[in-house]
Design a protein around this ligand. Structure first.
Ligand SMILES: *Cc1c(COP(=O)(O)O)cnc(C)c1O
Length: 461
């Protein structure tokens, strides 16, 4: 035994040096995971769910390694969080330095440079050629809530416009902003007032066809804002540039630009919730850039800090400064260790060109998913951008959602060692959001497994 341990010198237990392979040595879940899951059920509240009861001991690159020694291909990245990879080298190094220096002072008491540096990075990286400021928080929901607070303070108005299929979080205000009742809202009301939900530009389900979706949905939304909500009442329009939990819905072309323009013309703060789409995920640093939309405020979290809890609101300096001194904050917001991780993650995004890598992933995955659509009649739609791709599963010959088949396919993937997630208001979307550092051979192998899962769970057309 040594009395002083230099953490940096310990052999890496996770991170990019883990063998990049799918390796199953037990059933999934294995006996150790089963035992831990029994403990979990005794100790952890029922409301906190688990998709795949496999307990992880190490992760990195494109794999998750479990307590039984299985190595699973990761197509989920902890819900688009570890885009730079789990235990990414630069994130680990920055965190170790910071955690050994100090762990917390509270930025509202005595500040530190890391917080300022993260804000500078956000101000520089987000779209918009105007002076910007940022504020840091802990979770995505908290960022969304604060964006709404800031928009209300700036406009002196109270209404917030959101959309069908939207997901913005689980706190009281963000439950109100979220569309789906079960499991997010059921039995948890009453909800915050002054939230107005408008139809979403959902191309696959647009009555007059996907090509008409963007302009028609924008016209409908603008008409509803004028006639039902009242333009002068609206503080903010809040939207995910690609809806995440709602089913990876890419709004019909033109929808986002039209909403953004309407907001600009009417003194409404346009807030992009880029919590799932941000930081290289979609093949742009931020997904609004696919349609050259420049939001007034952007909420970020998930991919921001390589797995540490951090979130932010960034936007026009005059709007950001509308909240009075002391009106924004929180004990842990912009924690120094999380800020160090964010700086490491941003460095990694640049160094490994993960924006370009997200496009490469799309180039590998999207054609394979479209092949599936040709072979299996249950595939209603293939969509997404970059490394944020999905297939929507329906009853063959209809557009009726088929959640049971979706779940069967996901379970077959899990049993074969590939972590895929589901999503969607109707629970009928398989979504793929691998770490951007996943090697090509694992992407291909995961897609092979997916194809076998389709074959086993459905009838080929
Ligand atoms: C995950 C998510 C949130 C909520 O983030 P939390 O960190 O879970 O609070 C909000 N909006 C979007 C688009 C998300 O994907």
């Amino acid at each position: 035994m040594t009395d002083s341990v230099d953490l940096v010198m310990l052999p890496a237990r996770g991170g990019p040096s883990l063998p990049q392979e799918r390796r199953l040595v037990t059933e999934i879940p294995g006996p150790q995971s089963v035992a831990l899951f029994a403990r979990r059920n005794e100790a952890v509240a029922r409301g906190v769910s688990t998709m795949l009861p496999v307990f992880i001991t190490a992760a990195g690159g494109g794999v998750l390694v479990d307590v039984d020694g299985n190595s699973l291909i990761d197509f989920g990245a902890g819900i688009a969080v570890v885009s730079v990879g789990n235990a990414a080298e630069q994130v680990v190094a920055e965190v170790i330095d910071q955690v050994a220096a100090f762990t917390h002072t509270c930025f509202m008491i005595t500040p530190y440079e890391g917080y300022v540096a993260v804000c500078e990075q956000l101000n520089a990286r987000t779209p918009g050629d105007f002076p910007k400021k940022s504020a840091l928080f802990n979770s995505g929901a908290e960022a969304v809530e604060n964006a709404v607070k800031i928009a209300r303070a700036f406009t002196g108005r109270s209404a917030v416009v959101v959309f069908e299929h939207a997901y913005h979080g689980r706190t009281n205000l963000t439950m109100a902003l979220t569309a789906k009742n079960m499991p997010y809202k059921h039995s948890f009301g009453p909800f915050a007032p002054e939230v107005y939900r408008l139809p979403m530009a959902y191309p696959y389900r647009w009555p007059t066809g996907p090509e008409n979706c963007g302009p028609e949905a924008a016209a409908a939304a603008i008409s509803a804002m004028k006639t039902q909500v009242g333009v002068d009442e609206i503080a903010a329009v809040l939207i995910e540039p690609i809806q995440g939990e709602g089913g990876f819905i890419v709004p019909g072309e033109g929808f986002l630009p039209a909403l953004s323009q309407f907001c600009t013309e009417n003194g409404i703060v346009f807030i992009a919730d880029e919590i799932q789409t941000g930081f290289a995920r979609t093949g742009e640093m931020f997904a609004v850039s696919h349609e050259n939309v420049v939001p007034d405020l952007i909420a970020t979290a998930k991919g921001i800090a390589g797995g540490l809890p951090l979130s932010a609101v960034t936007g026009r300096a005059d709007i950001m400064d509308a909240a009075h001194v002391g009106g924004l904050g929180g004990t842990y917001g912009g924690n120094p260790v999380a800020c160090a991780a964010a700086l490491g993650a941003m460095h990694t995004i640049d160094e490994l060109d993960l924006v370009g890598r997200a496009r490469d992933i799309e180039a590998i995955m999207a054609p394979r998913l479209r092949e599936l659509a040709g072979r299996f009649a249950c595939v209603g739609d293939v969509r997404g951008r970059g490394a944020m791709l999905a297939v929507e599963i329906v009853k063959p010959g209809t557009t009726d959602p088929d959640a049971a088949t979706t779940s069967a396919i996901a379970k077959a993937c899990h049993a074969a060692g590939v972590v895929v997630l589901t999503a969607g208001t109707y629970g009928n979307v398989l979504r793929f959001l691998p770490p951007l550092v996943i090697p090509d051979h694992l992407l291909r192998e995961g897609l092979d497994v997916l194809e076998e899962a389709f074959a086993a769970s459905t009838k080929a057309s």
